[in-house]
Design a protein around this ligand. Structure first.
Ligand code: GLP
Length: 265
């Protein structure tokens, strides 16, 4: 697990976007796993700007979103499908048919989950999976106690997650208690995982993920077993790590090595 600590949220977004842009330069028909939540919004804006400047195209890209609320139609303003269209897909040159979000309104969610897994496989697997993290260490909607080898399935949301996300729903409005989410096993098969976290509210979860035992109590801790995960955090989200200076030192060494290798190329 590589941990990159940057000054602020804007730099977190830029660094994360850079990874996606490099991947697109290497493989224009990349498969991206995408996330919702407030954290990735600035990264999406970076990618949109880059697309508008003509530096990059999403015409060949396929995407799979991590999760969706159950019992919300795609047109519902709080559905993750609606969020992705509004915040990202509607602003780039991606083919909408190549964007997938788990169908929260599927007649048979169990079949829908199996089909989602099959679609990821048929696309050749995910090149980069973008993640945020919940305060309780969830990734996607894999709440604490999730099986660490789980596949796409229906998950019940914890009270904490429901409360965290209540701000998006109007008073008295129906708020889903269930979700469809990629499993932790599904996420672990992505070739590269990029997890972003900003703000002090995420500091405990980041510490548990990076330093804690690998445990279903902190689902994100499973990423310690992933061969290529980059965790990009701001100072606040890094504030509970035992030795943030060491991660900064490693990153400085990595950058120096990179510059040396580029000099030789
Ligand atoms: N299912 C999503 C997660 O994928 C996301 O990482 C988390 C954190 O959201 P935020 O980035 O708004 O803190 O919220 C939701 O529960």
């Amino acid at each position: 697990m590589k941990v990159v600590i940057l000054d602020d949220a804007a730099n977190v977004a830029k660094y994360g976007a850079g990874i996606f842009l490099d991947q697109l330069a290497k493989k224009p028909d990349s498969v991206f796993g995408l996330a919702t939540g407030s954290t990735p919004l600035s990264l999406y804006r970076e990618l949109i700007d880059s697309n508008h400047r003509g530096e990059v195209s999403f015409a060949g890209v396929k995407t799979f979103n991590l999760d969706e609320y159950m019992d919300l139609a795609p047109e519902h303003p709080q559905s993750y499908r609606h969020f992705m269209n509004r915040e990202f897909f509607d602003h780039i040159d991606i083919n909408p048919d190549n964007t997938r979000v788990p169908p929260g309104d599927a007649a048979n969610p169990l079949v829908a989950c199996r089909e989602y897994e099959a679609a990821i496989r048929d696309a050749g697997g995910i090149d980069i999976q973008l993640l945020g993290i919940g305060r309780n260490g969830h990734i996607g909607f894999n709440e604490p106690t999730s099986c660490l080898s789980s596949r796409t399935r229906v998950k019940t949301l914890t009270r904490e997650t429901i409360e965290d996300n209540a701000r998006f729903f109007r008073e008295g409005e129906f708020q889903p208690q269930l979700s469809i989410t990629m499993g932790i096993g599904t996420i672990m098969e992505a070739r590269l995982v990029v997890l972003l976290a900003t703000g002090r509210s995420k500091a405990k979860a980041i510490r548990a993920m990076v330093e804690g035992p690998v445990s279903a109590w902190c689902p994100a801790s499973a990423l310690q077993m992933h061969p290529a995960t980059v965790v990009i955090v701001d100072e606040d989200a890094a504030s509970e790590l035992t030795d943030p200076a060491f991660f900064k030192h490693i990153e400085a060494q990595n950058q120096a090595l990179l510059a040396r290798l580029q000099g030789q190329a």
